[in-house]
Design a protein around this ligand. Structure first.
Ligand SMILES: Nc1ncnc2c1ncn2[C@@H]1O[C@H](COP(=O)(O)OP(=O)(O)OP(=O)(O)O)[C@@H](O)[C@H]1O
Length: 226
C-alpha cells in the first residue's frame, strides 16, 4: 500500500539559483525498506526534510495516504506519523536510555502512567535490557546508543521511519544488527522505512533502491532487479 506519493517535486532553497530537487516523482510503500543513494550534494537530505514535513516543496505535491502535506497539519504529521533516527544518535547523554524514550513520549503527549513500562518494552524489542536501559547514555556503546535512538523514534508508533546514515559510525557487525532491526520494523511491523546512506552494505537490505543524481531521481530499483 502506498504511504507517501511524490508528484513532480521541485525544491529550491531560499536565495539559491539552482533547484536542489527537480522533478521527483515516486512512491513509498508500507512494509518496505527504501534506501536513497546518491553522491554528496545530490539532494538526499533535502528530500528527507520534505518527506519528514520539515519543509514544503517549491512546486509539486507530497501525498501522505492521499492527503497533500502542504495543506495539512505538518506538526501533527511529524508528531504522529514520522520517527527520525540520526547518525549521531542525538540523545540526551546525561539521561538514562529509558529516560530518553520517556521524554520523547512526553513530548508526543502520551499517558504519564504507561510511559515507563512502554519505554522498557520498546527498548527490549531493539535489544536493550533493563539494566542497560537504566544506564546513562554516556555509558553506552555506539551500537547501543543507536538502538536507543531507534526505540525513541518508535515511541509514538509512527508509520514512517526516516534515518539519515543510521549506521555511519558503527562497525560491520553492529551495522548488520541495526539493519536487522530496520528489516523487522518494515517486514513484521509494516512500517515504511526510508534510509539515506552511502553504504553499499546498508543498501543491500533495500526492497527499493532510489538513486539520486544532481537533484533528480534517476532510478528506482526493486530488490529482484539486482
Ligand atoms: N540551506 C541550504 N541553502 C542553499 N543550498 C543548500 C542548502 N542545503 C543544501 N543545499 C544545496 O542543495 C543541494 C542538495 O544538498 P543535500 O544536502 O540535500 O545533498 P545530499 O545528497 O544530502 O548530500 P550529502 O550526501 O553530502 O549529505 C546541494 O547542492 C547543496 O549545496
Amino acid at each position: 500500500m502506498s504511504v507517501l506519493k511524490l508528484e513532480d517535486i521541485h525544491y529550491r532553497y531560499f536565495g539559491a539559483k539552482k533547484y536542489a530537487l527537480s522533478g521527483i516523482s515516486t512512491t513509498f510503500h508500507t512494509g518496505s525498506i527504501n534506501v536513497i543513494l546518491g553522491r554528496s550534494g545530490s539532494g538526499k537530505t533535502t528530500l528527507l526534510s520534505l518527506l519528514s514535513g520539515l519543509d514544503t516543496a517549491t512546486s509539486g505535491r507530497i501525498l501522505y495516504q492521499d492527503t497533500d502535506l502542504a495543506t495539512s497539519d505538518r506538526d501533527a504529521y511529524r508528531a504522529q506519523e514520522i520517527g527520525v533516527v540520526f547518525q549521531s544518535y542525538n540523545l540526551l547523554t546525561t539521561a538514562s536510555a529509558v529516560e530518553n524514550v520517556v521524554l520523547s513520549m512526553r513530548i508526543s503527549g502520551r499517558k504519564e502512567s504507561k510511559m515507563t513500562g512502554r519505554a522498557y518494552e520498546l527498548l527490549g524489542a531493539v535489544g536493550i535490557d533493563r539494566e542497560t536501559a537504566d544506564r546513562r547514555v554516556l555509558q553506552l556503546s555506539g551500537g547501543e546508543q543507536q538502538r536507543v535512538g531507534i526505540a525513541r523514534a518508535l515511541s509514538h508508533d509512527p508509520s514512517i521511519v526516516i534515518a539519515d546514515e543510521p549506521t555511519g559510525n558503527l562497525d560491520k557487525d553492529t551495522q548488520r544488527a541495526i539493519m536487522e532491526i530496520f528489516t523487522r520494523l518494515a517486514h513484521s511491523d509494516g512500517k515504511c522505512v526510508i534510509i539515506v546512506t552511502h553504504s553499499n552494505s546498508v543498501a543491500s537490505y533495500a526492497d527499493y533502491t532510489h538513486m539520486m543524481d544532481r537533484g533528480s531521481l534517476i532510478a528506482v530499483r526493486p530488490k529482484t532487479d539486482r
